[in-house]
Ligand binder design. Structure first.
Ligand SMILES: Cc1cc2nc3c(=O)[nH]c(=O)nc-3n(C[C@H](O)[C@H](O)[C@H](O)COP(=O)(O)OP(=O)(O)OC[C@H]3O[C@@H](n4cnc5c(N)ncnc54)[C@H](O)[C@@H]3O)c2cc1C
Length: 383
C-alpha cells in the first residue's frame, strides 16, 4: 500500500481545503448555534462535484476512488462535522446504492438530480430496530404494480432537506433479514410524513428526523434491487459508509488537536506557556499517535476497497478506532483549554459534542467489535 497521495488526490484535497476555509469555517459555529447548515453550503459543494463523488463520470459524477473520498470528508469535517455527515450520508449510502443496485432507468431518473443538487437520505433504523436492523417492522405490501408502505422510521440524516429517500421495509414477515427490500421514494410523496428535527447534543447543523409511512404508495419501478435484497444492500453500503465515518472522526480530532496546540502556546501558567509543561506535551504526543493510527487504518480500508479486495473487517476497525480516538482527543483538547474549553466561545466544546455520536451511528462500537470478531473467527487474523 502506497500512502502518498497522487497528484490528483492532492489537487482535490487542496481545492476542498480552500473551499472549506473560505466558505464554511467562518460560519460553522453559527450553524451549530442555529441548528441548520444552509442550503447554500450544500450548493457550493455541489458546484465542485462533491455530491457525485462515488458516481462514475458517465453517470454525471466525478468518480473519485475511496482514498480521495476520505480525504474530502476529512477536510470538510475539520471545519464542520455537521456538513461532513450530510455529504457523507448523501454520497455513500444515498446516491451510491442507486448507482450500484439501480436499473439503468432508475439511474437515468435519479442520478442527475443527486449528483447536481438534491441530497439523499438513507432510512434503515426504526424505533425498535437499530443495531438489530433485521428487526425492521415497517411493512411493504405489494398490490399489483405498487407497494404500500406503513410503519415508522427514525434517525434519518438529511430527512428534512432530502429530495430522495432510500427506505427499507419488510416485504416478507417470516424471513428475518432476507425479508427486507429497499425502495426509492421522492420528497413530497403522499403518505411520507417527515417529522421535526431531533434536538441533538452535537452535529446540530445536520437535521435528523423520524419518518412516518402512512399508506405510502411506491411504484414497482422504484424498488431498488430484487425483493428480499434490502438487508444485503444496506449492509454493503454501510461497509463503505463506515470508512467515511472514520474520515469524519479524523477531521474532527485534527481540528481539536490544532486548537489545543495553538491554545497551549498562548496560555501562560506558572510563568510559561502551558505547551512547555511536560504533562501537556505528553497529551499532544498521545493525541498525535491516535490521529496517525486512525489515518493508517482509514487509508488501509479505503485502499482495500479501491483495489477490489474484501474490506468489511478493516472498515469496522477504521470506524471503531477513529471514532473512539476522536472522543478521546476532543476530551483532551478540552482538558488543555481548562475552563475555557467548557464554554461555547472555544471551538473544542463543539468538537467534543460532534465527535461523540461517531461511536454510535452506522453501527455502534460494540457492533464494530462484533463484525471484527466474526471476520476474525471466519477468516483468521490478518497478518
Ligand atoms: C445523529 C444520528 C444520525 C443517524 N443517522 C441515521 C441515518 O441516516 N439512517 C439510519 O438508518 N440510521 C441513522 N442513525 C441510527 C443509528 O445508526 C443507530 O442509532 C445505531 O445503529 C444504534 O441503534 P440504536 O440507537 O437503536 O441503539 P440499540 O441498537 O438499541 O443499542 C443500544 C446499546 O446496546 C448495544 N448493543 C445492541 N446490540 C448489541 C449486540 N449484539 N452486542 C453488543 N452490544 C449491543 C449497542 O451497542 C448500544 O450500546 C443515526 C443515529 C444518530 C444518533
Amino acid at each position: 500500500m502506497n500512502l502518498d497521495l497522487t497528484e490528483d488526490q492532492r489537487q482535490v484535497r487542496d481545492a476542498v481545503r480552500g473551499l472549506c476555509e473560505r466558505e464554511f469555517a467562518p460560519f460553522a459555529p453559527r450553524w451549530d448555534r442555529e441548528g441548520i447548515v444552509p442550503r447554500d453550503a450544500v450548493s457550493k459543494l455541489a458546484e465542485q462535484g462533491f455530491l457525485g463523488m462515488a458516481i462514475p463520470e458517465e453517470w454525471g459524477g466525478v468518480g473519485y476512488d475511496s482514498r480521495t473520498i476520505v480525504v474530502v470528508l476529512e477536510e470538510i469535517a475539520r471545519v464542520s462535522a455537521a456538513l461532513a455527515i450530510m455529504i457523507a450520508v448523501h454520497n455513500s449510502v444515498g446516491a451510491l446504492p442507486v448507482f450500484r443496485f439501480g436499473t439503468d432507468a432508475q439511474r437515468r431518473r435519479f442520478l442527475p438530480r443527486l449528483v447536481s443538487r438534491e441530497l439523499a437520505a438513507f432510512s434503515l433504523s426504526e424505533p425498535g430496530a437499530g443495531s438489530d436492523a433485521a428487526a425492521i417492522a415497517s411493512i411493504a405490501v405489494r398490490q399489483g404494480d405498487t407497494y404500500v408502505l406503513n410503519g415508522s422510521k427514525n434517525w434519518v440524516t438529511n430527512g428534512q432537506q432530502a429530495g430522495v429517500y432510500l427506505i427499507f421495509a419488510r416485504t416478507e414477515k417470516a424471513a428475518g433479514s432476507r425479508g427486507l427490500s429497499a425502495f426509492i421514494v421522492e420528497r413530497g410523496a403522499a403518505g411520507l410524513v417527515v417529522g421535526n428535527p431531533e434536538d441533538k447534543m452535537g452535529l446540530r447543523g445536520s437535521d435528523t428526523v423520524s419518518l412516518s409511512l402512512e399508506d405510502l404508495r411506491v411504484p414497482l419501478e422504484q424498488r431498488l434491487g430484487e425483493e428480499g435484497e434490502g438487508f444485503k444492500i444496506a449492509m454493503s453500503m454501510l461497509d463503505a459508509g463506515r470508512i467515511g465515518v472514520g474520515a469524519q472522526a479524523l477531521g474532527v480530532m485534527r481540528a481539536a488537536f490544532d486548537e489545543a496546540v495553538r491554545y497551549a502556546q498562548l496560555r501562560m501558567a506558572f510563568g510559561q506557556p502551558i505547551a512547555k509543561i511536560q504533562a501537556v506535551q505528553w497529551k499532544f504526543a498521545e493525541m498525535e499517535r491516535r490521529i496517525q493510527c486512525a489515518r493508517l487504518l482509514i487509508q488501509q480500508a479505503a485502499w482495500l476497497k479501491d483495489v477490489g479486495q474484501p474490506y468489511t473487517r478493516e472498515a469496522a476497525m477504521a470506524k471503531l478506532y477513529a471514532s473512539e480516538a476522536a472522543t478521546w482527543v476532543t476530551h483532551q483538547a478540552i482538558q488543555v483549554h481548562g475552563g475555557y474549553g467548557y464554554v461555547k466561545e472555544y471551538a473544542v466544546e463543539r468538537f467534543y459534542r460532534d465527535a461523540r455520536v461517531m461511536e454510535i451511528y452506522e453501527g455502534t462500537s460494540e457492533i464494530q467489535r462484533l463484525v471484527i470478531a466474526r471476520g476474525l473467527l471466519k477468516d483468521g487474523a490478518a497478518v
